[in-house]
Each structure stands twice: as C-alpha cells, then as structure tokens.
Design a protein around this ligand. Structure first.
Ligand SMILES: NC(=O)c1ccc[n+]([C@@H]2O[C@H](COP(=O)([O-])OP(=O)(O)OC[C@H]3O[C@@H](n4cnc5c(N)ncnc54)[C@H](OP(=O)(O)O)[C@@H]3O)[C@@H](O)[C@H]2O)c1
Length: 326
C-alpha cells in the first residue's frame, strides 16, 4: 500500500491512518446529563500515545472543539508541541459548549460563530492554522451549510485553514460542500459492518477523501464484547444514533455474531481484529482514511502497526460481502 493518502484535490498528504481524538477529551456531557465522552482518561497516557503514533509515522489527527469541551484540542496541542508542522490537524466546529462545566449547551450555524470557534480552536491547539476544518452539524440545512462553506473559503484566503470538510453521513449534503474549491473531504461513518457505498461513490465523483469515523465500531471491532462499565462513557447510555451497544448494558448480540463470522478472515495474515477492520477500509477504496480512536500507548501501537500490514485483498473483500450476505 502507498504510505500516503491525499486529502482530495488539495494535495495535502496524510498517513493512510489518522488518529481520532474524541476519547482522549475525557468526560463531558449534554445538559440532561447524557455522557458524551468515553469516561475518564489519563492525559499523560494520551500525550504518550500521540507521541508514539508520531514516532510510528502517523501524520493525521482528528479532533473537535467540543470533545471534552475543549480538552481534546488542548491535549493534542500539548502532545504535538514542536512537531505541529510535521502533521495535518483536523478539528470541527458548530456545537456550543461550556468549558468550565464541560457541558454541551447547543449549536450555532452562523458564519460569525464559525470564526469565533476557529479562533478558540487555534488558541487551544497552540497553532496559527487548522489544516482541515470540519462542520460538525451533520444534519444542517444545506442552504445554511453553503453559507458556511463560503465562510470557509474566506478562512482559506486568510491562511487560517488549508481546507475544509463536512462531517455528515448524507451524500447529498456532502455534495453541497464539495462544490467549494478547497473542500477536501467528507467525514462519515463506515466500517466493515456498516458499509457506505453511496458516500464512497460521491467521494470518487467529487475527488474527496473519505475520512472514516467509528472504523472500529466504537471498540466492538477491536474485540470489546461488553457494554461500558464507566458511567461517564457514552457507550454505557447510548443515544439513538449510537448502534451496537443495545441499551448500554451489553453489546448487541447481532453485531457480535457478525463479528464472530468475520473473525477468521479479518485476523488472517497475522492481523489483530482491529488491524483487520482497518485493512477492510483501505481495501474498500483508495480514498479512505480511517481515524480510529485510542486512549493508550498499546492501542496506538497496535493501530499504527496496521499500516505495514496493508489492505485486505480483493478476494477477501468479496468473501466479507458473501459472509455478511451483501
Ligand atoms: N460526528 C463526528 O464527526 C464523529 C463521530 C464519531 C467519531 N468521530 C471521530 O472518529 C474517531 C473514531 O471513531 P469512534 O471514536 O467512534 O470509535 P472507533 O474508532 O470505532 O473506536 C475507538 C475505540 O475502540 C477502542 N480501541 C481502539 N483501538 C483499539 C485496539 N487496538 N485494541 C482494543 N481497543 C481499541 C478504544 O476504546 P476502549 O478502549 O475504551 O474500548 C477506542 O476509543 C473519533 O475519535 C473522532 O475523532 C467523529
């Protein structure tokens, strides 16, 4: 496999694997108490994990202003330190939060807020530009999003960002952003259990990178079989959009059965289950860039080591479809 992938038409080069920085933001919640983080984390371990990833050739990091209500951006900025310019940093805006109480308080889809949010992200990340700025409001009205796309073009002209994307699972919405000259990607859900053929077709047509969130099905494709025990972990009380964890007390048996059926093929050629799930994504399209989450050096090492093992073969890809009846 090529050891780089390109973010759409921009020519920005990244390692084929990015690191998703949601979990390392630590605990935060919605106004009604719904946990929105992944429970407690150890910041020092997070910093070590980011630095280990850098040493292992990872050059792409995805975060959001709202992860840990600003905490993820701060931890990432600290971990990168002087190596900031060696990597491509993606963050997101659109959700409004209180940094002190670590609470999500709402959303703001105005261009003026986008500029304020960007200024705040730059400060927390300790940088003068964001490489990929992503709209976090996945279901926003497309006409409103078009105004934000135009605001992003202004940010590019001003040197505050290099490119932008929409984090959405809707190809029609992604197509609206793709009309902008510096739109480089769409961030969307896809993993071996949840394929996204229409979004991949759009990425091909519009020359966008496909940045893959939840590539490990929030841990299930890395071998997790129980619900979450930490009450601050979103998987312990899954909102409607979070699939695979039932009511939070146990993983969904149907998901576990499909993972069991795929285990032999995903763990072939000496791969771990997580490495096999990443290998499926690379085989699925040359445009994919999975961004698995992590919270420890051990996870960082295992996920980064997937790069050297490369994609599944076309034959294995077809076998996966056959096993899943697709
Ligand atoms: N709307 C959006 O834009 C959006 C939404 C979701 C995610 N994202 C982005 O996508 C990233 C990844 O998606 P995700 O957070 O949903 O989850 P994911 O990548 O599917 O799963 C990550 C989780 O799996 C576990 N894990 C990772 N590597 C492992 C390994 N080698 N061995 C065992 N367990 C391992 C860890 O959880 P435990 O150790 O705690 O089990 C980790 O936090 C996020 O960090 C974020 O950057 C964006």
């Amino acid at each position: 496999m090529e050891t780089i992938r390109t973010l759409g038409r921009t020519g920005i080069e990244v390692s084929p694997l990015g690191f998703g920085c949601w979990a390392i933001g630590g605990e935060w919640q919605a106004a009604d108490g719904q946990p929105l983080g992944w429970g407690r984390v150890d910041d020092e371990e997070s910093v070590r994990a980011v630095r280990r990833a850098l040493d292992l050739g990872v050059t792409f990091f995805d975060t959001a202003d709202t992860y840990g209500a600003g905490h993820s951006e701060r931890v990432l900025g600290r971990a990168l330190g002087k190596r900031r310019d060696d990597v491509v940093v993606a963050t997101k805006w659109g959700n409004v939060f209180d940094e002190d109480t670590r609470t999500l308080t709402g959303a703001d889809d105005s261009p003026a807020y986008a500029r304020r949010a960007l200024t705040a992200s730059l400060r927390r990340l300790g940088t003068d530009h964001v490489d990929l700025y992503q709209l976090h409001l996945s279901d926003l009205d497309p006409a409103r999003a078009a105004e934000l796309r135009d605001a992003c073009e202004e940010f590019v002209d001003e040197g505050l960002i290099r490119a932008y994307a929409w984090s959405t699972d809707d190809p029609a919405r992604a197509a609206v952003f793709a009309e902008g000259e510096h739109c480089a990607a769409v961030q969307h859900a896809i993993n071996v259990l949840q394929d996204a053929p229409e979004m991949l077709a759009l990425c091909e047509e519009s020359e966008l990178a496909s940045i893959n969130r939840s590539p490990l099905a929030m841990g299930l494709l890395a071998g997790k079989r129980q619900g979450a025990s930490d009450a601050g972990d979103i998987r312990s009380r899954p909102p409607a959009w979070l699939q695979g964890f039932g009511d939070g007390s146990a993983a969904d048996p149907d998901w576990l059965a499909r993972i069991d059926a795929l285990k032999e093929i995903l763990t072939s050629d000496g791969r771990t289950l997580a490495q096999g799930a990443l290998a499926w994504l690379w085989a699925r399209s040359p445009r994919t860039v999975p961004i698995p989450g992590f919270r420890s050096v051990a996870q960082a090492e295992q996920n980064a080591a997937a790069i050297a093992k490369g994609p599944l073969t076309a034959g294995q890809l077809a076998e996966v479809d056959q096993i899943l009846g697709r």
